[in-house]
Design a binder for this molecule. Structure first.
Ligand SMILES: Cc1cc2nc3c(=O)[nH]c(=O)nc-3n(C[C@H](O)[C@H](O)[C@H](O)COP(=O)(O)OP(=O)(O)OC[C@H]3O[C@@H](n4cnc5c(N)ncnc54)[C@H](O)[C@@H]3O)c2cc1C
Length: 428
């Protein structure tokens, strides 16, 4: 008999939800985390689309440590000295199933793992799982130093760059073009200053994404989320581009903070947290094999993440995949059959869910971004040129509006712009 029916490695969004759902089914579960507490090592830009959390914790809005409900969406095309921004507000952003919240992972993950504990899972922190236990070709548990813990099923929720999924023979080392590097600063400011600077009503927040000079023309973008008493500000750049860049990402972040449209937003703030993390951005085509005898992959370990420039999603996919994996694992435990054939239900359920439907729909997007570098330099510059021609008045006779717009577009080439637009629409 095994020590536990299920062992879950990693107390991030995916692992804690998987452990909660399995424990609620009455299964004996161990959730094991290398950080000194859940969330100690975790990072996100900052916004959680809440629908999948609500499916597991219907009353989460009353009990989870959420920062601000996002009701303002900004998207900017940034050049060295200018910034063209679309700002969208609507009551619908804060309503019913479309709510999203800024979150800070140290608090949020700590709360989420406490839910697994409340549901009956054993949770241990500060222990790194170094290897898997095998019975022939079946995973039968985990090894941490000298300690061996056996389990009928092992769920790997150890995040991006999952070493254990490689050990399980499910994934190869991720390619640089399938990973991005994120760096982030949390900058403390008082609540009223944040409300005023970001035009937020009390308790409401802003999500702001930037393309162009934020990453100095590299594939990626900048982000800013307003929290209750801080803002999260950072950058994401694909690893492939970063390897070819002469400017290190920490310098890019310093330059981003000094940009004339960012500096006033963080003026007087105090740095309270600095973090860096990998993000799996390869999309559907980079997803590894998700199961084998006695083992499942969830969340970032399964590469379930998308970055569309106007939306970054990983946490809601991690939560949903944790729940789906727990459902499949629970059924397999009830059948007393955790073979790969029986666990194939996990992949089928995931394919039917929004998780893999979304990733399938966006499967060409990572390639589109990598091939359309104009999005990160020429197009932000084009937007700034058009805006300058509209708003700069110097007393000279005016040009027709048509010429003001078409002139700069011709600089890139009408055909090129139309082709990039068509390909972009197709990839989305
Ligand atoms: C800069 C950045 C910005 C992002 N922005 C957003 C956003 O705005 N919205 C969004 O939805 N998503 C965003 N994401 C993606 C999102 O954060 C991830 O998709 C999500 O955290 C994945 O959750 P997870 O539980 O799968 O992995 P993680 O949160 O990484 O959790 C993995 C856990 O496993 C533990 N672990 C790892 N190895 C071991 C081991 N060997 N033994 C024990 N424990 C181990 C880790 O310590 C960690 O606690 C962003 C990511 C980054 C880096």
């Amino acid at each position: 008999m095994s020590d536990y029916q299920a062992v879950v490695v990693g107390a991030g969004c995916a692992g804690s939800v998987a452990a909660t759902v399995l424990a609620r089914q009455g299964k004996s579960v161990l959730l094991i985390e290398r950080g000194s507490f859940a969330g100690a090592k975790n990072m996100t830009g900052g916004r959680l689309y809440a629908h999948s959390l609500k499916a597991v914790f219907p009353n989460f809005e009353q009990v989870a440590p959420l920062e601000r409900k996002i009701t303002r969406e900004n998207i900017s095309l940034m050049t060295k000295d200018a910034n063209t921004t679309i700002s969208f507000t609507s009551p619908e952003l804060g309503e019913r199933d479309v709510t999203s919240y800024s979150v800070l992972r140290a608090d949020f993950d700590n709360w989420l793992s406490s839910k697994a504990e409340e549901a009956g899972a054993d949770c241990v922190y500060g222990i790194t799982v170094e290897d898997l236990l095998w019975d022939d070709k079946r995973v039968v548990g985990i090894r941490c130093g000298e300690d061996e813990i056996s389990a009928d099923i092992t769920l790997l929720a150890d995040g991006s760059n999952s070493l254990l999924s490689e050990r399980a023979g499910l994934a190869a080392r991720a390619k640089p073009r399938h990973l991005a590097v994120g760096v982030k600063e949390v900058i403390a400011l008082d609540e009223t200053t944040i409300d005023d600077r970001f035009m937020n009503n009390a308790g409401e927040g802003t999500a702001w994404l930037f393309a162009g000079a934020a990453t100095q023309g590299h594939v990626g973008g900048g982000f800013l989320y307003s929290n209750r008493e801080s803002i999260s500000l950072g950058l994401v750049v694909t690893l492939a581009d970063l390897c070819a860049s002469e400017i290190p990402i920490y310098q890019m972040l310093e330059d981003f903070k000094a940009h004339p449209s960012i500096a006033p937003l963080i003026k007087g703030g105090q740095l309270v947290e600095y973090s860096g993390h990998l993000i799996p951005e390869g999309g559907y085509r980079s997803i590894p094999t998700l199961h084998r005898d006695g083992c499942l992959l969830v969340g970032d370990a399964a590469m379930l993440c998308v970055n569309l420039g106007y939306q970054v999603r990983g946490m809601d996919y991690a939560i949903a995949s944790g729940e789906i994996a727990a459902t499949a694992a629970g059924a397999a435990l009830d059948d007393n059959d955790c073979s790969a054939a029986n666990l194939a239900t996990y992949r089928s359920l995931l394919e039917e869910s929004f998780v893999l439907r979304d990733l399938r729909a966006y499967q060409h997007f990572p390639e589109y971004l990598a091939q359309t570098k104009r999005l990160f330099k020429e197009y932000p510059e084009l937007a700034a040129r058009i805006m300058k021609s509209l708003f700069c008045v110097d007393g000279r006779p005016v040009e027709p509006l048509r010429d003001k717009v078409i002139g700069p577009v011709k600089g890139i080439g009408l055909f090129t712009v139309a082709r990039d637009l068509r390909k972009g629409m197709k990839a989305l």
